[in-house]
Write a protein that binds this ligand. Sequence first.
Ligand code: SF4
Ligand code: FES
Length: 386
Amino acid sequence: MTIRPPIAMLAELTHRCPLSCPYCSNPVELARTETELPTEDWVRVFGEAAELGVLQLHLSGGEPASRRNLAELVRAARAAGLYTNLITSGIGLTEARLRELDAAGLDHIQLSLQGTDAEMADAIGGYRGGFMRKMQVAGWIKAIGFPLTLNTVLHRRNLHQLPRALEMAEEMGARRIEVATVQFHGWALKNRDALMPTREQAKEATRIVAEARARLKGRLVVDYVPADYHSDYPKRCMGGWGTTGLNVAPDGTVLPCHAAQTIPHLTFENVRDKPLSEIWYQSPAFNAYRGTGWMPEPCQSCDRREADFGGCRCQAMALAGDAGATDPVCIKSPHHAALQARAAAHAEGPDALIYRIAPGKPLPLIAGAATGSEARPAERIAAENS
Ligand code: SF4
Ligand code: FES
């Protein structure tokens, strides 16, 4: 098969993050600060990415604003000819910093929204005062004139806020909103009981999105990731393994997707050791699930095989115990019925959230919160806000 160059690269600049979202898709074991790629390596990698054919660079994390030299990285990426998008919670950005990023050539900002009011947003992000700060950042983004995408992760607790999230995107002057139902990878797998939407909620979200797309046509683009545990066909994850994009983890490991390290038999290369193009074209990990040759039945003879490439490899690993299996979300998978039953059970599970708290990370803004990864009642954070 012909391997085409990637279009997009996600640079996970750090796993450090001020928020503690229970649906964090980063790995359960985070990259430690001292293992993060230094600036000069990132600058080299941006050049290699541009040479390889990458057009869009998504600067992500953790919270990329936790890297103090973010503007320097943006400047280097622009100098390499890459379109730069900052994926941020907004926490850690000031007006001065945003103006510095503008001067450095930042092209676009994607701002996350944990809820449409302080009570919800701060309880989900585990960061008291976070919503207020985010609204301030949204105002500066609008004033400076950055093109904006609002990104909201929906789950059982906040799905009812979808109509307000759509309104907020318009008010903020966003060109696009990404409405993503929670995906269960990384830390999020620990919170399926608390976050799984009901089937009715998932249907209602699909209806609201369809109505909004028609109403807002030409004003606001609405991207939508439905609740896949309640779906009958899987998503085309990452546009197809090794097809359109790659991720570089904070320590320089190059991955076909953010959860790829959950597939135990694959070994991933590092930009410290090999050029990016060699990793993209030749590494066994990137070639493992490219195209359709690796597919088992029922995918192999299915007429959708080039539409969804058999779904998500990491989800097949997590749910079927085999990364080479048909994604259990698919109605043709032998695991589909069990998955749907599990989804219904999770949707009635207990509400307690297990927050993402890196060991030793201080929680200065949540009074009384314990460190570690134990559940802390969201209600307490909500009460502190009121
Ligand atoms: Fe996609 Fe495989 Fe299901 Fe066909 S059988 S719809 S290719 S996941
Ligand atoms: Fe890894 Fe879908 S998250 S292939």
